[in-house]
Design a protein around this ligand. Structure first.
Ligand code: NDP
Length: 481
């Protein structure tokens, strides 16, 4: 049994309570490691270590910080297969996905922000016959990063890298459901020569460790990715302390397919945008709207492809979907399939668990599921399911589909399929979401602003937006006349 340790003050340490929590392998449905059940006292130690490290880290030149981060990226890259296998084992996702998406992206996050900081410049505002204002961008101090389980190292590093590059010291908590690659990252940081206390990783439960981070007045900013309800809890606690907050929350993304789309492209990409990572990506399109003239043709072709999609154990090279992340999550997703039926929906394919054989017989596998015949405003079409379940709905006009697409409390991303240039611009403009992909999905340029509107979040990550979040601007005026 592997025991994960906290990374505090440059050391791998046990939780002060000595208590551990079970860590499950979702592909086999059994415990395979133990995670520290950390408490407020562990957060206190991590914050003290971060505070002590801050003067030296923030005083270092940007290029020295950058070098250490690049070294960490190179070390992850050198252990790519080991990291990908660990991510897949911890999360249930196919190893191929972890190898091609999760771990390369974690490497890119470190490299991107390690170099972005070298190009990050502040503004200056000249006042004729008076003087000049210039803006200093100073690191905040000790900041907190809290991340979810769906893209564990990918989203963990997406927060940590800009925070560190900007000169902050970090206390970070990965999801208790998928802690393994964050633990491996602590070993990498030691090897890369990251000074003690610059990054501290504390494992444990959200309502204990995450809550202690949120309440700690010495943590001046929190970058959080996770569910909307948790975001609300964090905001309620952090707001009276005037902490800076970046909240990346849930989604219920529309995928709008017009009759003039490139049918083949739309079909194959929709398969991915619906079910990649077992549908557990905040950017997956879970509501598919299809223009009436191609509704039946698209539906039949889509259902045929989905029904042939292979669900298997994560190390099967042919697996397109692996296991869902946990038993409670599998049960939650299945409860939405029941709800959809109660609401009058018909399951066109999927809807049931997949029972593999042998050592994988207790894993949390679910067939990719397509549901038709639901009203756009029913609960199934309004609430985030976060699993391999999509609904399909026909539409007749642009106005109608925009009203349906914009009807949820969420506004993270949207996908539009059309060959009509002006319509693409018009619809993209009118969608209430932070991100729109036209004739594509999940094309990511790390320089672009990333985040959602409405209950999908507050603030933006990515590029200089993230570096601005993790710094405080200070304006200095110099009189020259
Ligand atoms: P949760 O909100 O349950 O958890 C996210 C993180 O917050 C975990 O580390 C969790 O710890 C921690 N946490 C839980 N309770 C608290 C608390 N009271 N105070 C502080 N921290 C807490 O989300 P999930 O992990 O279930 O992730 C899925 C959600 O994340 C979905 O809603 C999805 O849409 C969203 N998401 C959004 C993205 C975006 O960019 N907008 C990207 C990816 C996912 P623990 O695991 O121990 O409970």
């Amino acid at each position: 049994m592997k025991y994960i340790k906290n990374y505090i003050g440059g050391q791998l340490v046990n939780p002060q309570s000595g208590n551990y929590i079970d860590n499950y392998d979702p592909s086999r449905g059994r415990v395979y490691a133990q995670i520290p059940d950390s408490e407020k006292s562990d957060i206190d130690s991590a914050v003290a270590a971060a505070e002590a490290a801050f003067p030296a880290w923030s005083g270092m030149s940007k290029s020295e910080r950058s070098d250490i981060m690049i070294k960490a990226a190179d070390l992850i890259e050198a252990r790519m297969d080991e990291f990908a296998a660990a991510e897949s084992l911890d999360n249930g996702k196919p190893v191929s996905l972890a190898t091609h998406v999760d771990i390369p992206r974690a490497v890119s996050n470190f490299k991107f922000f390690a170099t972005a900081i070298l190009h990050f410049a502040a503004e200056s505002h000249h006042m004729e016959n008076l003087g000049i204002n210039y803006t200093l961008r100073k690191p905040i101090g000790v900041v907190g990063c809290i991340s979810p389980w769906n893209l564990p190292l990918y989203l963990f590093t997406w927060k940590i890298a800009p925070a560190l590059a900007a000169g902050n010291c970090v206390v970070a908590k990965p999801s208790e459901i998928t802690p393994m690659t964050a633990f491996m990252l602590s070993e990498i940081c030691i090897e890369a020569g990251m000074p003690a206390g610059v990054l501290n990783i504390v494992h444990g439960l959200g309502h204990k460790v995450g809550d202690a981070m949120t309440r700690d007045p010495k943590i001046k900013a929190i970058s959080f990715t996770g569910g909307t309800k948790t975001g609300e809890t964090i905001a309620k606690i952090a707001a009276p302390m005037f902490k800076k907050l970046s909240l990346e929350l849930g989604g219920k993304n529309p995928n709008i397919i017009f009759a003039d789309c490139d049918f083949k492209q739309a079909l194959s990409t929709t398969l991915r945008s619906s079910f990649a990572n077992q549908g557990q990506i905040c950017l997956c399109g879970s509501r598919i709207f299809i223009e009436r003239p191609i509704y039946e043709k698209f539906r039949d072709a889509f259902v045929e492809k989905v029904s042939k999609t292979k669900v298997s154990y994560p190390t099967d090279p042919e697996a397109k979907l692996g296991a869902l992340v946990s038993k409670p999550h599998l049960e939650k997703v299945m409860s939405y399939i029941d709800l959809a039926k109660e609401e009058g929906g018909s399951v066109l394919t999927g809807g049931t668990q997949v029972h593999l054989e042998g050592e994988y017989k207790d894993g949390y596998y679910l067939r990719p599921t397509v549901i038709e015949g639901l009203a756009f405003d029913c609960r199934t079409n309004q609430e985030e399911i976060f699993g391999p379940v999509v609904t399909i709905t026909p539409f007749d006009t642009e106005e109608e589909v925009l009203a349906m697409a914009n009807s949820t409390e969420y506004g993270l991303s949207a996908t539009v399929w059309t060959e009509h240039l002006t319509r693409a611009h018009r619809v993209a403009d009118q969608l209430h979401s932070g991100i729109v992909w036209v004739n594509s999905w999940l094309v990511r340029d790390l320089r672009t602003p990333f985040g959602g509107v409405k209950n999908s979040g507050v603030g933006r990550e990515g590029g200089f937006e993230a570096l601005r979040f993790f710094t405080e601007p200070k304006n200095v005026f110099i009189k020259s006349h």
